[in-house]
Design a protein around this ligand. Structure first.
Ligand code: BG6
Ligand code: MG
Length: 216
């Protein structure tokens, strides 16, 4: 059993379901390039950085582009994505997320966001939950993508809590791996068949409790 002093939350797929917007934007880009992507393929884009996602999409379409063209394509996709997240409202917060964050705060635990997204500030502002986090580490502050633990280690450092006293909440396989690589516990959000390495898997934060946290 570990003494948990801080909870670090991934954003996309844990606090809000933005995966659907990422999917729509990648699909639109693929369609403009003359092919399509499926929802199954989209699963592989979860937790993956923007440029790595683009590489995968282009690979699926059998398309090769120069670095300059890739920059332009990634920007195009992001413009559509930002248009969608700009319309997000507080009722897009996933069930139980706000309640569990509040329970953590009430119990004296520190909270951080640990996301690969460069758009986290927009999302937090649109859904109105920025105030729940002591620290926000996102794609603008890190250079190494998950499964590298950089994003979570930076979060722990800024919170002033040792890694072994932190638990990470993640919906992506690479995110669970990143937590473990950083010496942290990982609670998987999703299916136990997918998140096989997580210390505990729940379907959503509505199923999380402080008792389960203590038992990790
Ligand atoms: C992750 C998402 O949180 O952020 C990925 O799961 C996404 O799908 C990545 O590609 C980067 O996000 P953004 O907003 O910087 O393009
Ligand atoms: Mg995620």
């Amino acid at each position: 059993m570990t003494t948990i002093k801080a909870c670090i939350f991934d954003l996309d797929g844990v606090i809000v379901d933005t995966a659907v917007y990422h999917y729509k934007a990648w699909k639109r880009l693929a369609n403009e390039l003359g092919f399509d992507i499926t929802e199954e393929q989209n699963e592989n884009l979860k937790g993956v950085s923007r440029m790595r996602s683009l590489d995968l999409v282009l690979q699926w379409g059998g398309v090769t582009k120069t670095d300059a063209e890739k920059e332009e394509l990634a920007t195009r996709k992001n413009t559509w994505y930002v248009e969608m997240i700009n319309k997000m409202t507080p009722d897009e917060i996933l069930p139980g997320a706000k309640e569990f964050l509040q329970a953590c705060i009430d119990a004296g635990l520190k909270t951080a966001l640990g996301s690969a997204s460069k758009n986290s500030a927009t999302i937090l502002e649109k859904v109105g939950i920025a105030h729940f986090f002591n620290v926000v580490i996102d794609g603008n502050k890190v250079s190494k993508p998950k499964p590298d633990p950089e994003v979570f280690l930076k979060g722990a450092e800024e919170l002033g809590i040792p890694a072994e006293n932190c638990v990470v909440f993640e919906d992506a396989i690479a995110g669970v791996e990143a937590a473990h690589n950083g010496g942290m516990k990982a609670v998987g959000i999703g299916s136990p068949q997918v998140l096989t390495e997580a210390d505990l898997v729940i379907s959503g934060l509505d199923k999380m409790t402080l008792v389960k946290l203590k038992e990790l």
